[in-house]
Design a protein around this ligand. Structure first.
Ligand code: HEC
Ligand code: HEC
Ligand code: HEC
Ligand code: HEC
Ligand code: HEC
Ligand code: HEC
Ligand code: HEC
Ligand code: HEC
Ligand code: HEC
Ligand code: HEC
Length: 321
């Protein structure tokens, strides 16, 4: 589910001579691919404000990672285990180097470490950080700019730290859900309700349902390949299609009856009483011959004791079987 990697999503077939079955060649080409990634990438912020190597500054402006390491020994050592240096081979096994993100370093070095001559994402405006990362990652995260997170002024390093990641995956500043609770404190309460998706228990994660990098759905929701609501990715038995659909399941979606995070009610239902839930839309029940007097009231047997297949049925139009 989370195995999509930036590299495989780069529009690599735009690279001349790319042969999909020759992975070795692809890896070699990647070096070139990354250098011109801004040209290859899907529409993103314009990189002209960057000091980073978007417009390929003169080769002589770069000093190489060995030079950086002479003064930033600790950072350079730590970087050896970074996915950015481990996972990609370029220019003779060195991976992605300091100047891919920090821009050419010659002036900084000649100034004896002049901090005004080097790009430091931690001090840069959000948009500039996003543009730096998206030179390579726009392929996996093309929708970030329209996400609520981008609109709220967050950047990639609100959640990721390249050098000081505290989580053991994805260079996150903290693991989920703690990372999310730092800002979404109200969610913490929802996921501690008597009935909840087992997020704190580590069975389900926020990012199973949300793609915080932006989607075409409200609330950053992911959807499934078949355009269904994300819920049916795990709850396949209610996915359908059914011969007899219960109209609101498809028309309004799961949230017509369920709360996504947590609820006071069993089955994450929106309402404490099933009959009251049903009667929001079926108020006439109880006044008809099928059900008899009082059948629809909140203290009679739950509707679902007869209408068991409430999400839809292939056999019975009233979802009895
Ligand atoms: C001659 C020594 C030296 C070399 C070589 C050097 N730096 Fe620095 N760098 C410094 C010093 C000194 C500082 C300021 C340190 C501080 O404030 O803690 C600094 C600060 C930085 C900062 C933080 C800037 C800020 O705004 O606070 C970054 C990023 C950085 N260097 C990256 C690099 C990169 C990338 C390279 C290689 C291209 C490099 N440095 C090479 C000495 C050096
Ligand atoms: C993938 C992009 C990327 C690469 C590659 C990278 N950095 Fe950084 N660097 C950052 C970001 C982002 C920050 C801001 C702090 C953070 O997120 O960890 C940063 C911060 C720094 C700082 C400021 C001190 C600090 O920790 O805040 C120094 C110094 C630095 N980097 C040096 C280097 C050196 C040396 C290399 C190569 C060994 C390197 N960086 C490679 C993205 C990168
Ligand atoms: C020069 C290209 C380039 C730039 C610039 C770049 N990245 Fe990456 N990034 C990569 C590559 C290549 C990988 C490794 C892909 C893989 O896992 O196969 C990677 C991996 C990652 C990962 C996944 C790590 C993991 O454990 O799977 C994260 C998170 C990430 N980058 C964040 C950032 C952030 C944040 C920035 C901006 C500060 C940034 N990157 C800038 C190329 C880049
Ligand atoms: C609100 C927090 C947040 C922000 C902002 C954010 N990320 Fe992420 N990122 C995550 C989380 C959580 C994951 C792991 C789960 C997932 O894949 O969605 C992740 C995963 C990734 C990965 C690993 C590949 C993958 O999809 O699994 C990359 C690369 C990455 N982010 C890059 C970026 C870049 C580049 C930006 C800025 C354009 C960014 N992220 C902004 C939280 C964030
Ligand atoms: C640095 C603070 C911060 C972090 C960390 C953070 N968010 Fe957000 N998030 C925001 C802000 C600010 C907004 C936009 C305002 C709002 O709707 O609350 C937002 C919006 C959202 C929305 C959309 C809400 C809507 O109304 O459309 C979702 C969903 C979301 N975040 C999920 C997550 C998840 C999941 C994580 C953890 C992987 C996370 N966020 C991490 C600050 C953060
Ligand atoms: C089982 C799927 C699922 C999981 C897991 C999940 N969400 Fe949501 N989330 C949703 C859905 C669906 C909505 C839309 C609710 C609506 O439209 O009323 C939503 C809405 C939100 C919103 C915006 C509305 C609000 O309630 O504030 C935020 C923020 C949010 N989720 C954050 C998170 C965070 C943080 C986590 C992890 C702690 C998380 N979600 C886990 C499905 C999920
Ligand atoms: C990543 C997988 C996943 C996704 C996506 C998901 N769920 Fe769940 N859901 C679970 C798990 C795991 C449980 C706990 C099952 C258990 O405790 O037996 C659960 C429990 C439930 C329950 C309670 C079941 C019971 O027997 O009490 C309901 C109702 C539910 N989910 C509805 C939803 C809805 C609605 C959505 C979409 C907003 C959704 N789920 C998305 C995995 C998922
Ligand atoms: C019209 C209201 C309604 C809609 C819409 C709805 N459900 Fe339900 N769902 C219920 C009721 C009522 C129950 C409890 C049945 C019971 O306890 O006998 C339930 C139970 C569940 C359960 C617990 C296991 C089970 O099958 O009984 C899961 C999981 C579930 N729903 C998932 C979903 C998903 C996923 C969606 C969206 C595709 C959805 N529901 C849409 C009313 C609804
Ligand atoms: C959000 C509104 C809504 C809720 C809540 C709802 N339904 Fe429905 N239900 C509908 C609609 C709309 C139809 C389709 C009516 C039609 O075809 O005339 C329908 C159809 C049905 C049918 C088939 C009726 C027929 O004429 O074939 C049954 C049985 C039914 N619902 C039972 C329930 C039960 C039991 C619940 C509570 C668990 C429930 N519904 C909750 C909107 C709802
Ligand atoms: C004792 C079992 C039982 C209970 C409890 C029950 N129903 Fe029914 N319901 C039926 C039967 C049987 C039918 C007729 C099915 C048919 O015509 O094939 C029916 C039909 C329906 C229909 C189809 C339209 C109609 O009136 O003929 C709706 C809607 C409906 N029920 C809703 C509900 C709701 C809402 C509740 C709870 C308030 C409920 N039922 C409780 C057995 C029950």
């Amino acid at each position: 589910m989370h195995t999509k990697r930036p590299v495989t999503r780069l529009p690599i077939d735009a690279v001349p001579g790319f042969l999909p079955d020759l992975r070795a060649i692809w890896i070699l080409l990647l070096g070139a691919g990354i250098l011109c990634a801004s040209a290859l990438a899907a529409p993103g912020p314009k990189p002209q404000a960057l000091k980073a190597p978007a417009k390929a500054p003169a080769a002589s402006d770069f000093v190489g990672p060995e030079t950086c390491a002479t003064c930033h020994e600790a950072v350079a050592k730590g970087f050896a285990n970074n996915p950015h240096s481990k996972m990609v081979l370029m220019h003779g096994d060195k991976g992605i180097t300091c100047e891919n993100c920090h821009g050419p370093g010659k002036a900084h070095v000649e100034g004896g470490g002049d901090v005004t001559k080097i790009f430091n994402p931690a001090k840069a405006p959000a948009q500039q950080v996003v543009a730096t990362c998206e030179k390579c990652h726009a392929g996996t995260h093309p929708n970030f700019d329209r996400s609520p997170h981008a609109k709220a002024g967050l950047s990639c390093i609100s959640c990721h730290s390249v050098h000081q990641s505290k989580a053991n995956t994805k260079l996150l500043k903290a693991s989920q859900p703690a990372l999310c609770y730092q800002c979404h404190t109200d969610l913490k309460a929802q996921l501690h309700m008597p009935f909840h998706h087992p997020v704190n228990e580590g069975v389900v994660s926020c990012s199973d349902c949300h793609d915080v990098h932006g989607t075409f759905q409200p609330n950053n929701l992911r959807n499934t390949a078949d355009q269904n609501m994300i819920c049916v990715k795990c709850h396949t038995d209610v996915r359908g299609p059914f011969v007899y659909e219960h109209m609101p399941v498809k028309a309004e979606g799961c949230l017509a009856c369920h709360s996504p995070h947590g609820s006071q009610n069993a089955r994450l239902l929106n309402m404490p009483n099933i009959n009251v839930l049903c009667n929001q839309c079926h108020s006439a029940v109880g006044a008809d011959t099928v059900h008899g007097q009082g059948q629809g009231s909140s203290d009679s047997v739950p509707c679902t004791s007869c209408h068991t297949y409430i999400h839809g049925s292939n056999i019975n139009p009233a979802f009895l079987r």
